[in-house]
Design a protein around this ligand. Structure first.
Ligand SMILES: [Fe+2]
Length: 187
């Protein structure tokens, strides 16, 4: 008899990810491992409850899936209707990984070159990519700013892992001709 392959669930991801943050200290290593584990998790979406798939009319919906009690990572499900894109934003200095469960996500990446006391920063555009179903993308400071935009006519479901609970992030306005970007509202 063949071995029955068990589905990889959120609880498997959480226990493996907890081990990763216990055994590593470098953000680059945590990002690499989070991405490897997230690839396994996003192969299916049956582990996501209907409640966590709810959309919102005004903007993309954010559903918390898990917060590490030592605040070393958190997991969120984001549900996007067509046209519900993010502004250009950072992630409060922490790393992140995003994985597409269903749909496609267009990602424009920026690197933070400098931050100034007059609430401007210099960001460098680092290119755009499309993250397809069952694929992932990553954020690692200073390459930690991006714009996310769901691609296509259907609801997009993405899972996000951050290196701490994201209580705030900075929103940037469009760059001027020299590439300096003004900070907008904190969210
Ligand atoms: Fe983001």
């Amino acid at each position: 008899m063949g071995k029955i392959q068990q589905q990889y669930e959120l609880s498997d991801f959480i226990s493996e990810m907890t081990k990763v943050v216990e055994e590593t200290t470098e953000s680059a290593e945590r990002v690499r491992e989070a991405e490897r584990l997230l690839c396994k998790l996003i192969r299916t979406k049956s582990w996501l409850s209907q409640e966590k798939l709810q959309t919102e009319n005004s903007q993309y919906a954010r559903h918390s899936l898990y917060r590490d009690p030592k605040n070393q990572f958190e997991v969120l499900a984001l549900i996007w209707e067509p046209g519900q894109c993010t502004p250009l934003h950072d992630h409060d200095g922490t790393w992140g990984v995003e994985g597409v469960v269903s749909g496609r996500m267009r990602v424009k990446n920026y690197v933070q070159l400098e931050s100034f006391s007059d609430h401007t920063a210099k960001l460098c555009y680092a290119g755009a990519m499309t993250v397809n179903e069952q694929s992932t993308g990553e954020l690692l400071p200073p390459a930690d700013c991006h714009i996310l935009e769901p691609h296509g006519d259907e609801t997009t479901v993405t899972i996000h892992v951050y290196g701490k609970q994201l209580r705030k992030f900075r929103v940037f306005e469009a760059p001027d001709e020299k590439g300096f970007i003004r900070l907008g509202n904190n969210m």
